[in-house]
Design a protein around this ligand. Structure first.
Ligand code: ADP
Length: 363
């Protein structure tokens, strides 16, 4: 029986060095039963290294990796019971789709009729019935990746690891498979650790996202929390788009911060209680929270700016502006709004609770 208190996988103060280079720097992370956690970060931030430690293909230099409470170094590969999906399909070219999916069951010596029924259920779930007897060279990239996902799940693994599984697919195929991965993972409840550098994919799939940079987990939280309450300029700009306004000074009040923008305007904003009063800070506002012209209400903070460009994008229009000191500002407006035309100097406003004072830089 599975102990629900014990995390599916736990990294405890894990570090990994390559000839003096720190690939992982005292990383701690747990994935609980049923949870979908994504490692999101730029290339080289240590995401794949974390997966390799779980599989046991490399060892940590310090710290411990536990699967279901057991140190992975003391577990034989089959005891780890991990399903894996990589960016490149890594299917057996000389086995059919059905044989590829059956493979993990065959090596686990599952009874033949049980294998047949699980493989056919898996083919049906993944919509691969038509391709069952084809070889990997005879199916599309999207189908190959569905086979890889089916093969990783067919033996009911204790943990699913996915390393950029959609990275080699084009955009429309990616969207379809994202839906399928989300549905399958929610239905099967297999705890999943997923690697991507695609922020939309991370937001779509994850219960929690670990933002990685330079071998560290910079911040860990639910997608909404990370998007709406970033602690630094880097976090704000890595997950989503952000307007960054220079700040000359600020003070804390009971619930808010009072900020003097470099341009001279005083505004009220939110900030993390831990924001360092002695460090440099900037004001962050998401483009969808910036109003232009008529939709501004009297209670909003406001600045004036000149429109430099307007691009119509269907469900929204993107208005680019420039403040008097040259600071760029972007507003995403609804398609029916009439903000003016390029060259117009207009009022831009936002509700105070949609602006956040964050640490400048932070990369
Ligand atoms: P990510 O998956 O986030 O792109 P990786 O985990 O693959 O990053 O790598 C983290 C860092 O460790 C990178 O700078 C990479 O070059 C380095 N690295 C990974 N494996 C090795 C290795 N075998 N030898 C030397 N450096 C390595």
């Amino acid at each position: 029986m599975t102990d629900t208190q014990t995390p599916a996988i736990a990294y405890r103060d894990v570090s990994k060095y390559y000839s003096g280079f720190t690939a992982l720097d005292t990383v701690s992370l747990t994935v609980s039963d049923g949870e979908f956690v994504t490692l999101l970060g730029p290339s080289g931030s240590g995401k794949s290294t974390l997966l390799s430690l779980a599989v046991g293909s490399i060892d940590a230099d310090s710290g411990i990796v536990e699967i279901r409470g057991r140190d992975v170094r003391r577990m034989k590969p089959h005891e780890r019971n991990i399903g894996m999906v990589f960016q490149r399909y890594s299917l057996f070219p000389n086995k059919t789709v059905a044989e590829n999916i059956a493979y993990p069951l065959v090596i686990r010596k599952v009874a033949k009729d049980e294998i047949a029924s699980r493989v056919s259920a898996s083919l049906a779930t993944m919509n691969l019935m038509q391709q069952a007897n084809r070889y990997p060279s005879e199916i599309s990239g999207g189908q190959a990746q569905r086979v890889a996902v089916a093969r990783a799940l067919v033996f009911s693994p204790d943990l699913l690891l996915m390393d950029e599984p959609l990275g080699a697919l084009d955009k429309s195929l990616r969207a379809g498979l994202q839906e399928e991965i989300r549905r399958l993972q929610r239905a099967s409840g297999v705890p999943t650790l997923y690697v991507t550098h695609d922020q939309d994919e991370a937001m779509y799939l994850s219960d929690r996202i670990a933002l990685c940079n330079h071998g560290r987990i910079v911040v860990l939280g639910a997608p909404r929390e990370l998007y709406e309450e970033p602690g630094s300029q880097w976090e704000a700009c890595f997950l989503g788009e952000a307007n960054i306004l220079p700040v000359s000074s600020w003070t804390r009040t009971a619930d808010d911060v009072q900020v003097a923008l470099s341009i001279g305007t005083p505004v009220t904003a939110k900030a993390k209680p831990t924001l360092d009063a002695n460090g440099a800070s900037v004001l962050m506002i998401r483009p969808e929270y910036v109003h232009v012209g008529e939709s501004i209400t009297p209670t909003m903070s406001r600045v004036s700016a000149t429109i430099t460009d307007i691009v119509f994008l269907g469900p929204r229009q993107r208005v680019s502006l420039e403040m008097a000191d040259g600071t760029p500002l972007v507003a995403d407006l609804r398609p029916w709004e009439r903000p003016g035309v390029p060259g117009d100097t207009v009022s831009c406003g936002w509700n105070d609770h949609h602006s956040r004072l964050v640490e400048a830089g932070g990369a």
